[in-house]
Design a protein around this ligand. Structure first.
Ligand SMILES: Nc1ncnc2c1ncn2[C@@H]1O[C@H](COP(=O)(O)OP(=O)(O)OP(=O)(O)O)[C@@H](O)[C@H]1O
Length: 249
């Protein structure tokens, strides 16, 4: 198996409190892995450890075999880990297409220099492909400030893809979305499978059923179970762990 992301015995403690305990998991190249867990299970903390926002106290993180454990955040980003947060950071005064162009072709230090110097034929092809993948072709010339919540999230996903990360981390990509937007997000994410390696934190089981191949369940900072959607939904330990929270539904 070609391992894109490998965590081995990863742990972190805040003071005396162990938020992540000896977590090992391996995501294959082109795989989409869903990270599931009740509130406080440690999902965000695990993403923070992978992206370098916080430092681990034990264990390792590897990307395509390269040890990136406890590297500074910017070096981890350069090593190919791209993370999308819930709060989008698009350039509101630029069009959708310009936003993707800036993300894709950031050779120059200033945003406006990147726009002025134009793009190569290959970059233009890539921008068109991203607009298509994210379902934003019809709004390519629209100013980002006027996009809906869903469109803004898809644009940010497109900007992340434009940087061509080896592994994409998504934190609750459907938070705040309508049912229709959630369903479209599932379509987009399904189209990314095989092209990109993704680790997705998500609560919405309806959405998880639509996108997941393989699920890892975290509970109290530990890996509780791993398997297909059907295996996870029928796992007695998982059902028990969700009792007392909002339940698995
Ligand atoms: N900086 C910190 N200092 C102390 N405790 C922390 C810190 N960050 C997280 N924790 C604790 O670690 C545990 C895991 O938190 P985390 O936010 O990773 O959970 P989560 O699975 O993402 O939950 P949610 O679904 O609510 O976002 C929680 O008990 C939380 O209170």
């Amino acid at each position: 198996m070609n391992q894109a992301l490998a965590l081995n015995g990863l742990s972190v403690a805040f003071g005396g409190f162990k938020a992540i305990k000896n977590v090992s998991l391996s995501v294959a190249s082109g795989e989409l892995r869903v990270l599931l867990g009740a509130n406080g299970a440690g999902k965000t903390t695990l993403m923070d450890l992978i992206s370098g926002k916080i430092r681990s106290t034990d264990g390792s993180v590897r990307v395509f075999g390269h040890d990136i454990t406890n590297w500074p955040e910017h070096r981890i980003a350069r090593a190919g880990i791209g993370r999308k947060f819930q709060i989008p950071s698009v350039f509101r005064d630029l069009t959708v297409e310009q936003n993707i162009q800036v993300a894709c072709c950031n050779k120059h230090p200033s945003v406006f220099a990147n726009l002025r110097f134009g793009v190569s034929a290959e970059q233009r092809r890539r921008i068109a492909e991203i607009l298509d993948l994210t379902g934003l072709v019809a709004v390519a010339r629209k100013t980002a400030a006027f996009l809906s919540h869903g469109q803004t999230q898809w644009l940010e996903l497109g900007m992340l893809m434009a940087q061509d990360p080896k592994v994409i981390l998504l934190d609750e990509p459907t938070a705040g979305m309508t049912h229709a937007e959630t369903s479209k997000t599932a379509d987009i994410i399904n189209r990314l499978k095989g092209r990109h390696t993704l680790l997705v934190v998500e609560h919405d089981m309806g959405f998880v059923r639509e996108i997941a191949q393989h699920i890892t369940v975290l509970h109290l900072g530990e890996v509780l179970a791993e398997g297909s959607v059907a295996e996870i939904e029928t796992d007695a330990r998982v059902r028990a762990a969700y009792l007392g929270s909002k339940g698995i539904s």
